[in-house]
Write a protein that binds this ligand. Structure first.
Ligand SMILES: NC(=O)c1ccc[n+]([C@@H]2O[C@H](COP(=O)([O-])OP(=O)(O)OC[C@H]3O[C@@H](n4cnc5c(N)ncnc54)[C@H](OP(=O)(O)O)[C@@H]3O)[C@@H](O)[C@H]2O)c1
Length: 251
């Protein structure tokens, strides 16, 4: 049977995979959640928006004759990943996740681990600080429980509504970011604490490296647990799993 892939995207790795799949002449579609206003261009046809839970995804896979699913979502997109596992298991469609290793602390790092967003919010119940809050848009509201801090927020899109922080500056920018840029930003905004998800990879790592150089503490939100599934750590290995040799072996 000719492969017909569904790539669950929203990451740099997902984009690279689309490129390799298109180069290999395979047919497939990439799915994005539709969270950002101007999604990055993709080398495959794109669909946008939720499927309607695991059942909706199962229906989508059947209706569209999908032969393989590659979950290239962000490591914190746990709901989507769990839905993919459930739907693929139920109808016997092979699934692989394209994953990146988490960051691990190195000499000079001053990390405090918290298990989730709620843990980060609880840890910020402390004296006023200048906080770089680099956790994306979805959970920002939770942090308004600690209004005593001056927040620096970096978002992909300008916020449409007031964010609910008495003291917050928004920078609209999209990665990859540079060490030099993030170090300058932290100095300029007198940051004394960085809050980050343990995303892994290089695109969002600059703030972690900058915090290390400046000796700043980092509140590191650990990854959610996702049930076991087949995993590949590079585009080339996903292509091998598909029975194709990648043209993009550098990724
Ligand atoms: N979480 C992060 O920190 C982060 C960072 C960078 C990029 N992203 C990207 O942003 C997207 C959303 O992340 P999230 O953390 O909000 O996910 P999530 O909490 O796991 O997903 C919530 C719901 O959003 C829909 N969804 C998520 N990813 C989708 C995709 N690729 N295609 C179609 N529907 C999708 C699904 O809706 P239905 O149940 O209706 O199918 C899913 O149940 C993902 O594609 C992810 O790769 C996330």
């Amino acid at each position: 049977m000719r492969p017909n892939l569904l790539i669950l995207g929203g990451t740099t790795e997902g984009r690279s995979l689309c490129h390799a799949v298109a180069e290999a002449g395979l047919s497939g579609i990439v799915s994005l959640a539709g969270r950002v206003e101007r999604p990055a261009s993709q080398a495959l046809p794109m669909r946008m928006g939720g499927f309607g839970g695991a059942e909706g995804l199962e229906r989508y896979l059947r209706d569209n004759g999908i032969t393989h699913v590659i979950d290239a979502t962000h490591p914190f997109a746990a709901q989507m990943s769990c839905n993919a596992i459930a739907a693929c298991e139920r109808i016997g469609v092979p699934l692989i996740a394209l994953t990146r290793a988490p960051w691990s602390a190195e000499p000079g790092d001053r990390w405090t681990h918290v298990p989730d967003i709620a843990g980060a919010v609880a840890a910020l119940d402390c004296s006023p600080k200048h906080v770089m809050l680099a956790v994306g848009r979805m959970h920002l509201h939770d942090f308004t429980a600690n209004p005593q801090h001056a927040y620096l927020l970096r978002l992909v899109d300008p916020p449409k509504e007031p964010l609910g922080f008495p003291d917050a500056q928004v920078i609209v920018d999209r990665g990859p970011f540079t060490l030099e840029g993030d170090r300058a930003l932290m100095v300029e905004h007198r940051i004394d604490l960085v809050v980050s998800k343990n995303a892994g990879g290089t695109g969002a790592q600059a703030k972690i490296l900058a915090a290390r150089e400046l000796g700043l503490p980092v509140l590191m939100i650990d990854r959610p647990t996702i049930p076991e599934r087949a995993e590949a750590h590079s585009v080339a290995n996903v292509m091998r799993w598909l029975g194709h040799v990648s043209t993009d072996l550098g990724v």
